[in-house]
Design a protein around this ligand. Structure first.
Ligand code: C2E
Ligand code: MG
Ligand code: MG
Ligand code: MG
Length: 277
């Protein structure tokens, strides 16, 4: 307590920045410890056909179960993990956990397809494709059971070339999706160069639908673009039935959002999967 008091005084005189730095440092070491203890859990959010609600796949979303703070969402620790060089380890843990779960589902007679989020940092590692291959092989899964969600910018190495690691993942046979499509800055022309099968439309577009005509026009255009390029579009962030109907009218093949289901615990996901097979 004494030390803390003295420390606080000292920090105050240096201003808010060093206090933030200290907070980040302690959070980073907590995160590092959480990784050692595997204090993480994966939740699974259904991706469904908006017309019928039929289950198509799950998106795996990581959570940190902290003894003091309870469940911590990824937005609060993934950016930190990226800065601290811990994202490869956390991403690897998620991948192995998802593959283990898919093997368990398979053994229980249930087929599954799962989307896993991949950080831009993982896509800069030449050994990432072999990490993915090893995770699949360890659980004897076929690569087509997995979709890796990547961001627009990570899909591109630079303005000229698609990322060769993305190409290697494609050659491995896993599916690829562009996440939060429309929120980044990549040009539409570049999309042809990336071997992706799925476009996930950023949830910001759907927020104003159906009242916001411009947002609605954007979604319709992205669905048509995706379809024209032979891709499947997933609308993210569906929260109302009016939004769902809008997507059905626009022939959007897949959707995801709280209106259909929140991210589920593995047990609840298992129950849903059992009901739908
Ligand atoms: P994302 O990949 O775009 O995932 C969708 C996020 O939107 C999830 O938040 C999900 O819970 C939330 N969501 C789904 N439906 C709705 C809805 O109807 N309304 C609203 N407001 N939100 C909805 P979550 O789980 O907090 O994840 C946030 C982000 O963290 C993810 O965005 C993804 O970028 C990242 N993330 C999650 N898991 C991982 C992971 O294992 N690795 C990496 N690198 N990033 C991850
Ligand atoms: Mg995602
Ligand atoms: Mg997204
Ligand atoms: Mg996101």
């Amino acid at each position: 307590y004494e030390v803390k008091q003295a420390g606080r005084g000292g920090i105050a005189s240096y201003g808010g920045d060093s206090r933030k730095t200290l907070a980040r440092l302690s959070l980073t070491s907590k995160l590092r410890r959480a990784l050692q203890r595997e204090d993480f859990v994966v939740h699974y959010q259904p991706i469904v056909a908006p017309a019928t609600g039929a289950l198509h796949a799950f998106e795996a979303l990581v959570r940190w179960q902290d003894a003091e703070r309870g469940v911590v969402g990824p937005n609060e620790f993934i950016p930190l993990a990226e800065d601290a060089g811990l994202i490869e380890a956390i991403g690897g843990w998620v991948l192995n956990e998802v593959c283990r779960q898919q093997r368990a589902w398979h053994d229980a007679g249930m087929e599954s397809h799962v989307h896993v989020n991949v950080s831009p940092r993982q896509l800069r590692r030449p050994d990432f494709p072999s990490t993915v291959r090893d995770a699949l092989e360890e659980q004897r899964l076929t690569p087509s059971m997995l979709t890796l969600e990547i961001t627009e910018s990570a899909a591109m190495l630079d303005a000229e070339r698609a990322n060769p690691i993305v190409r290697a993942l494609h050659d491995l046979g896993v599916r690829l999706a562009i996440d939060d499509f429309g929120a980044g800055h990549s040009s539409l022309a570049r999309l042809r160069d990336v071997p992706v099968q799925t476009l996930k439309i950023d949830q910001s577009f759907l927020r104003g639908v159906p009242d916001d005509r411009q947002a609605a026009a954007m979604i319709t255009a992205i669905i048509e673009l995706g379809t024209a390029l032979g891709m499947v579009t997933v609308a993210e962030g569906v929260t109302t039935d009016a939004q769902r109907r809008f997507l059905v009218d626009g022939d959007c093949p897949l959707a995801q959002g709280f209106h259909f289901a929140r991210p589920l615990t593995a047990d609840d996901a298992t129950r849903l999967l059992r009901e739908s097979t």
